[in-house]
Ligand binder design. Sequence first.
Ligand code: ANZ
Length: 846
Amino acid sequence: GEGFDPHAIQQKWQARWAQDDPFRAGGDDDTRPRKYVLAMFPYPSGDLHMGHAENYLYSDIVARFWRHRGYNVLNPIGWDSFGLPAENAAIKRGVEPRGWTYDNIAQQRSSMQQYGVSFDWSRVLHTSDPEYYRWNQWLFQRLYEKGLAYRKDALVNWDPVDQTVLANEQVLPDGTSERSGAVVEKKKLTQWFFRITEYADRLLDDLNQLEGFWPHKVLQMQRNWIGRSVGADIDFEIEGREDKVTVFSTRPDTLYGATFMVVAPDSDLAAELVSAASPEARMRFQDYLDTVQKTSEIDRQTADRPKTGVFLERYAINPVSGERLPIWAADYVLAGYGHGAVMAVPAHDQRDLDFARAFDLPIRVVVDTTAPVTGVIPVIEVDENGEPILDEPIESIDPAITGKALTGEGRLINSGPFDGLSKRNAIARVVEQLQATGTGRAAKTFRLRDWLISRQRFWGTPIPMIHTSDGRIVPVPDEQLPIELPPVEGLDLKPKGSSPLGAATDWVTTVDPVTGEPALRDPDTMDTFVDSSWYFLRFLSPGDATEAFSSREANRWGPVDFYIGGVEHAILHLLYARFITKALFDMGLVEFTEPFSNLINQGMVILDGAKMSKSKGNLVLFQDELNLYGADALRVALAFAGPVEDDKDWSDVSTTGAQKFLARALRIAQDVSSAPDVVWAEGDSALRRVTHRLWADAPGLIEQTKFNVVVARLMELVNATRKTIDGPAGAGDPAVREAAEAIAMILDLFAPHTAEEMWEILGYEPFVGLVSWRQADATLLVEETVTAVVQIDGKVRGTLSVPARISADELEALARTDEKIVRSLAGREIARVVVRAPKVVSFTTA
Ligand code: ANZ
């Protein structure tokens, strides 16, 4: 039949794939080189949407491509199935988190299967299965042994709606919860942390290796998130206090310019310092603290906010000058950064200057920014005549008058023995002196905080620790893992600030594994980002009941060669996965230090320029599109819609256009009237050239993820083939068969069902998805040539064989340097040249 029934073709080939399992990764005996292709696994919070359609299409294109190129490809899938949405759905609808989750997984899995993705279905994992999460518990124990998991009291981000703590990464820039949208509050709780800060330097430095392989934007976001600052820790003596106070400064060179000290009002230090002050000062401080605690961290960091603060009636001593500095509390200093205290240098720091001007504190310039510094060439602006543009005469650069801190290069003044040094030299010298006198040292500070992993929620991995009756905290022995979640019946999942697991009496009561005395389980569960921090390793030996992953398999397959997902994971997930990989490397369990060699962020699918969302009611549902057009048309339309990284507007995506293209492609296979053994070399050379140019270009284009270009080139080849079929050569021309076979083999990346159907019609055994791609025939890549005639004074003096697409300039240059023409001209002067590319060059001599 000539008709194109995408659904029939789809069902036919999906049944064959299900039966023969052709996309299962090769095992031990497979000698082909390996490629590990991975799309970020989905969260089963409902049906799949268009973002998923893109993600799993792109990874499938790459997986299929590498198979055609002779690789043993691993392309696994699983579900990130713990987390709050399941729990919130459970609370809202009175259903079980487990049932809700696994129903969604079944639905998503069915959609993916209908989409024709070449996953290795034998490796499916769900992070909410005890077979998986027991290894989260195992990982926790390994980190605990290394001192990388620890408990501490901490001011945590508290989501008052979900009633749970949030990682810094889950607080949006506007200070609201990524999950509930509530304004995040601060609360003091004892929590479990992973010591990611111990890896801060490596996490930052190793980003350089990924330059060119990860989107630059993602690398930059990670760099900013880690936020390394280099400078010094400086110890200040405090009058009437035994211990010194340490401040972190990136500008130790400005130490002589410090005129006061500022501490974070919400720090323990501030409370302690003010406790020795007058009752009035204590009251002013308490009032101030109350307001500060209602201010978000984001607001506190806003530069141009009016400065507020209170004097604590205490004094610090400058370790180099001996000067007495008043100590203030002000909210622009944050408790959680550096040491929560700063030496304020108003002349050279804008925030300190604003504060000094507001409270009338002294301002002392210690870097003369008008003094030239060797090696630093001042940039002088010039006007259109090259004359220097002189600044308007200015009255003063004194920060006390201008209100502008002097932050530029210069030479030190008012700084005792350091006078005359450049900023850079002064930093080194001051640090040397601090070190020599034991009052300071070179130091680094990071914006990155330790990873808070405790969650007071039910649907997650129980933290495998035991609280003994005598107050010790001990790990659950490995052989007792997994600690499975108790049944949900009888538990109130409503958020209340403590874990619902605490109420599961039978579950929570246990014994001290060492003494056998009664003890309690830790009732908290882990952040689900723990689950996704190592899942790519579990795919390599799924179902293994003896270890989290096989190091041997990890070192054979890892790191992931191609990882694709949304840019929303640029920080959280990727940073955690990088950290855990490095920790596992240090434990000798993997031989690589970065988990993902190449990363791609796909753009979003939008509708009429707007993000799709349930609340806006502008969702295009994946399953609806599949039902309407079939998998192949949806895949081709998405692949053709634009570059991978770009956002794609669904209103520009033509599924009907894609459907017509697929029907045309299939008809070509149906029209081929020569046998598989025809001699291609006898075919139409124009068509053969189109085919071979595609064979030559397709691999590079796919490697550069220019999928839309490959689809366009396939369309071009389909059109060229149809032209030959309709021309004098007809459907029996060997070049038509050669082209049709190429179309089937390359179309497999985008429309695998149609491609398999074509392949079968062309007389081959399945599966086209497994055949090796052909090499381009180099002789067919040579461009078409024509003969150009060269005339001198109207007479033909020579001919040139040139590419048909040669430009006039190139043709003239060739003619001028041709040996025969040079001899014919014999030194005569050329008065005029007329070029008509590619046919004629005509010289007229003087
Ligand atoms: C004196 C100084 C003089 C500073 C100067 C800067 C310029 P980054 O680069 O962001 O790391 N600082 C230190 N701890 C702070 C805290 N907890 N809250 C607010 N500010 C804090 O900034 C480091 C600088 O920020 C440090 O260097 C300190 O001010 C301030 F001309 O020390 B500086």
